[in-house]
Design a binder for this molecule. Structure first.
Ligand SMILES: [Zn+2]
Length: 405
């Protein structure tokens, strides 16, 4: 098969910037910022922090305790974003929507605008270099396009300078009430900055601990971005079941779902009013399918945070595929999950025996269900350019080129 999966044009719609740093950059930035790491070598970090397998979500999240602290200055954010775009381009990921929680990076030196501008500068620099290269100029390769997704947190502690101040300023608000206040503030901020500076902030997301912190608490923030024509995605069904996905869709207007892993798991439904759980799951699945609500599937990450899945063949992608849901493979965290889009797709093809007739899942669904920053016509033209490029790659590697959809 050669390098077919690497050469084919890909997208990544679910990837966290703070989980996707180059490890040598992390070491470099920690050194200059005098931030202590468990090891100062890439091998050491791979052994102690960035593992192939994790005990649970808690151990997985430990990594962010080291990456976020080095992303607290304009220069560092720009560098991390720039290198992130280059790493994607190195494996022909031509379209990426990168997400992060801006409030985790706000401090006395950087307000919300400074955080977003810095990340955007890094991405825009990589974009301009690539799109002005000969291969793109003469039409050999599609352009690189990116969007930014701003993450609100379902709950937070004093994780950052901003969150610490926010908690101090709201001493009478409980943990479940204070996070929605911060998400509503973020929603208003990102719409303001998107419109003022024309930065491609294309989506709003909700991340963090799902259990005990229901999505619907963040209704106000989502309603605000909804009214301002921003797309919505929600981490849901990663640790909690179908009800969480239902809330994301019905209360938060989600266009896409991050993970959606436990959609088909009856045991994860806890609401006493749902008496017939099979009927509920079937009806929700039909709704997701008919409305083409896209599931951002992160295979490696799911295996790492839910080791009880056992082997990849047991992953609920099998049921998603059977139900003909719209899915796209994503990395979640290139560094923390030690993965690439190419790797995710290769794993999926092998575990689920996906043949060329279904390659549209792998290569086109992400582009088609992206929160593309330009007009709809521009999006269609861009998707066409990607499909044309795909045909060239398919002709090179596959015996008969796969039919265009
Ligand atoms: Zn995620």
């Amino acid at each position: 098969m050669g390098n077919f999966f690497k050469d084919a044009p890909k997208s990544d719609l679910h990837v966290h910037l703070d989980g996707s740093l180059r490890l040598d950059t992390l070491i470099d930035l920690a050194k200059s910022g005098k931030i202590k790491l468990p090891s100062t070598t890439v091998d050491g970090l791979n052994e102690l922090l960035f593992k192939d397998n994790y005990k649970d979500l808690g151990e997985y999240l430990t990594c962010f305790g080291y990456t976020v602290p080095v992303m607290q200055t304009r220069d560092n954010l720009e560098r991390v974003a720039y290198e992130f775009a280059l790493d994607n381009l190195a494996e022909n990921v031509f379209y990426v929507e990168v997400r992060f929680a801006p409030q985790l990076h706000m401090n006395d030196e950087m307000d919300l605008e400074a955080v977003l501008v810095s990340v955007n500068n890094g991405l825009a620099r990589a974009q301009s270099e690539f799109n002005n290269s000969a291969a793109v100029k003469n039409g050999q390769k599609p352009r690189f396009i990116y969007g930014i997704i701003a993450c609100a947190m379902r709950s937070f502690g004093k994780f950052s300078n901003y969150y610490a101040k926010f908690l101090d300023a709201h001493p009478f608000s409980s943990k479940t009430r204070v996070a929605p206040l911060a998400s509503y503030e973020l929603a208003q901020g990102v719409i303001h900055i998107r419109d003022k500076l024309a930065i491609p902030i294309v989506g709003f997301d909700l991340a963090g601990q799902e259990d005990g912190f229901p999505a619907k608490n963040h209704w106000k923030a989502y309603q605000f971005v909804h009214e301002n024509f921003m797309h919505k995605t929600v981490h849901a069904g990663e640790a909690y079941g179908a009800e969480s996905i239902f809330q994301a869709i019905t209360e938060l207007h989600a266009d896409r779902i991050g993970h959606g892993y436990y959609l088909f798991d009856k045991n994860r439904i806890i609401a006493p009013e749902i008496l017939d759980k099979d009927k509920y799951i079937n009806a929700l699945t039909k709704y997701i399918a008919e409305n083409r609500i896209t599931i951002e599937v992160c295979l490696t990450s799911n295996m790492q945070t839910n080791p009880s899945i056992g082997k990849l063949e047991n992953h609920q992608f099998a049921q998603m595929r059977q139900a003909r849901l719209c899915t796209t493979f994503c990395t979640d965290n290139r560094a923390v999950s030690k993965t690439t889009v190419t790797n995710e797709i290769e794993k999926a093809v092998k575990a689920f025996k996906i043949g060329p007739a279904e390659y549209h899942y792998l290569f086109f669904d992400g582009f088609e269900h992206s929160f593309y920053p330009g007009s709809y016509i521009q999006k269609l033209e861009y998707v066409d350019s990607v499909k044309n490029y795909y045909q060239k790659v398919a002709a090179k590697y596959l015996q008969s080129p796969v039919e265009n959809r």
